[in-house]
Design a protein around this ligand. Sequence first.
Ligand code: NAP
Length: 258
Amino acid sequence: MTTPLQVLVTGATGRTGALVVQKLQQRPEQFTVRGFARSGQKANDLFGDAVEIYLGDITQPEKLAPALAGCDALVILTSAIPQMVAPPEPGQRPEFVYPEGGTPEQVDYQGQLNQIDAAKAAGVKHIVLVGSMGGTNEQHPLNRMANGNILIWKRKAEAYLIDSGLDYTIIRAGGLQDQPGGQRELLVSKDDTMLTQPPDGIPTAIPRADVAAVVVQALLLPAARNKAFDVISKPEGTPGAVVTTDFQALFEQTTPGL
Ligand code: NAP
């Protein structure tokens, strides 16, 4: 019997982060999971006493060291969260701002660098980082939102992770959906090619539950080590689609480097 991997999930109270925590918890022979969150109330509402939670803000590096002590792997699922300024007038687009201290540069760049540095100092061997497709295009609407350049900052942090010398798996998801996982064929690629040329014109989207499953498999399968890839799913029920269950084969289609 092997010792379970000790994993820290940051952004544990986020929509994908919470799913990853739950999926890891369901495999006690393989994983022992801790969460890192900034709201004790939110963590308690989601997990009660079932998960060991470390409280802190990723922009304050001193909070990360105790959470990472003794960990084999880190899953980064934090992200800056834009806020709507006010409900839009009819026919107008909503306006967004990032809260003070919560800009993409502070959270998705510096906050991720803090996590990578703290993980390295703690002797963590593998970081799984969930990011987003779209980072090759400065004009992507998410970059223009509140002039935050969120996908550009995320991609800079991904480059830092690759250069860190730690094993990495960078999962750049398409648009996230709150739908059940395990029911679709997953497609991987790189450099936003599925955004510029969507295969068969399908929407470039994927359920959060499928992203969480990819994270779990990336922690287990060596074929996911030192790889970065975009991932989307074929819509459920697409004729000819084969539901992805062989993650080894999926990861073998992915490549090293940004
Ligand atoms: P989410 O629900 O927005 O969760 C983000 C998490 O980050 C939250 O738990 C939040 O804490 C935490 N966080 C933010 N700032 C923090 C800080 N300074 N210190 C500590 N924690 C902090 O995430 P999601 O929608 O599941 O997305 C997961 C990832 O996929 C993100 O990187 C996102 O950019 C990416 N992605 C999203 C989409 C999409 O369609 N939305 C598409 C592709 C990729 P609280 O819980 O306290 O707020």
